[in-house]
Structures are given as structure tokens and as C-alpha cells.
Design a protein around this ligand. Structure first.
Ligand code: SF4
Length: 242
């Protein structure tokens, strides 16, 4: 199947299985950027705690900018790599203050999308995933962030080759306007069903679309996913996507 059609079908089936995600990142783009930097390589819980402590000790970003790196690091130590993250956060705030005269990312909304992307990618510690989260959830632009779950699931589905960079491979395939829902539903699939060590293909709505499942499972079962896979999934109580 053509990869674009396959991803559209994946989107359709996940939307049917999981519904529309109600919890999604959002809010001020600078808050989102700092929160996403804190979320790199740590759990949502650790990120939330570190972010809450940072905002408690330094209610305004101006307060963070004025603080020594060591104090910022103390506030976010729950997220791990706190010295490195503190230095990066302070460097980003310093650059904003020097270049823009205010601690805000709102100016990005006036730039062409590609220029906004380049600006974010030029910041220390900001890769494609972090930049695209800000551009998608902070500005509503059609970027598609790929985290570890999405990378794993889309490789298994055969949408991303082993040597391909997932952001580049998936960007032309994602149905326009479906970026947020598809991103959140793929993460939910990765967390709840297509786990790294033992994917639960028998609870997955996608086996007949999936290169991994087609190579491992009984072809007779894979051929009839509506009966064999969707029913158990529908009966389980869906958790809200994070
Ligand atoms: S069929 Fe299995 S390997 Fe493929 S996406 Fe579903 S859970 Fe993952």
C-alpha cells in the first residue's frame, strides 16, 4: 500500500479505537518550550514536578534569567541532567532578551514557518521533536513531532525505514489537519499496545497494515483485524492519552 494511504488508514483506525484525545499540550509557546526541554529523556511525572518547582521558585521567566544557573538547576533537579538543562534554559532566555527585548516566542508567529523552525532549531538543546511540539501545539502549524513511541511504531508499521530520519520520512505522509490527533494517538498506541519489548499485536487495530506483525503473526488472524483485534480493544476501558 502507498505509505501516504497507509498512514491515513492508521489515523482513521486509531481515531475509531481511541476517539479524539482530550488532553493535549498547549498554552504559551515559551512555557511549552521550557516544559518540553524538561521532558527530554524523563517521565511526564518528573517533568511536571520539575516544571512546577521551577515556576514556584521563579514565577516569571525574568526571574529565571536573573538567577544563577546553580539555583535553576536545584529547582529542576527532579528532571535529571539538571545542570545541563539549567544552562540551556538560561541561554535561551538570554538570547531572547538580547535579540527580541522580551521573554516571549510570539514573534515567531510573524515569520514564515520554515524560518520559525530554523530559529527554534538554532537554540541549545532544541532538536526537531522539541521545535515541532512548540510549532504544532503552541502555534497550530502543521508540523509532526516524533517521539520515541512514534518512531518505534512507525518503523514497525513499515512507514519509516531503518536508516531514515523519522521526522523527514513522516512529514510528507501525515494527513493535513490531522497532526495533533495522529501524534497523540500514535503515542497512546506505543504506550499501551505497541510497547518496545513485547508489542501486544493481538490488541492492536493495525496488524494487517504492519510489516512487523505480518512477519510474525498467523496470516489468517492478520487478514481479519476487524474481528480478531478491534473487539478486545473496544471492550477495554480506554485511558486518556497523555
Ligand atoms: S500490529 Fe503489533 S507491531 Fe504492529 S503496530 Fe500493532 S502492536 Fe505494533
Amino acid at each position: 500500500m502507498d505509505k501516504r494511504k497507509k498512514l491515513a488508514e492508521v489515523d482513521r483506525r486509531l481515531a475509531r479505537a481511541f476517539g479524539t484525545p482530550t488532553r493535549r499540550p498547549g498554552g504559551d509557546p515559551l512555557d511549552l518550550l521550557i516544559g518540553t526541554i524538561l521532558s527530554q529523556n524523563t517521565s511526564d511525572l518528573n517533568r511536571d514536578r520539575a516544571y512546577a518547582e521551577l515556576r514556584k521558585r521563579f514565577p516569571r521567566w525574568e526571574d529565571v534569567l536573573a538567577a544563577p544557573v546553580e539555583e535553576i538547576a536545584q529547582a529542576i533537579r527532579g528532571a535529571g541532567l539538571h545542570q545541563q538543562r539549567a544552562a540551556r534554559i538560561k541561554a535561551i532566555l538570554k538570547r531572547l532578551a538580547e535579540e527580541r527585548g522580551e521573554l516571549s516566542l510570539d514573534f515567531l508567529s510573524h515569520l514564515p514557518k520554515e524560518e520559525a523552525e530554523r530559529w527554534l532549531l538554532s537554540l541549545p538543546g532544541v532538536g526537531r521533536k522539541t521545535a515541532y511540539i512548540v510549532l504544532l501545539f503552541g502555534f497550530g502549524w502543521p508540523f509532526f513531532p516524533v517521539d520515541t513511541h512514534i518512531a518505534r511504531v512507525t518503523r514497525r508499521l513499515g512507514l519509516v525505514g531503518e536508516r531514515e530520519e523519522p521526522h523527514r520520512a513522516l512529514a510528507p505522509l501525515v494527513p493535513r489537519g490531522r497532526e495533533i490527533e495522529l501524534h497523540l494517538n500514535l503515542i497512546r498506541l506505543g504506550r499501551e499496545i505497541c510497547q518496545a519489548r513485547r508489542p501486544r499485536c493481538q490488541a492492536c487495530p493495525l496488524p494487517d497494515l504492519c510489516s512487523y506483525a505480518l512477519s510474525k503473526l498467523d496470516p489468517a488472524l492478520v487478514a481479519n483485524p476487524e474481528v480478531c483485534y478491534l473487539e478486545p480493544l473496544r471492550k477495554s476501558s480506554p485511558k486518556e492519552a497523555k
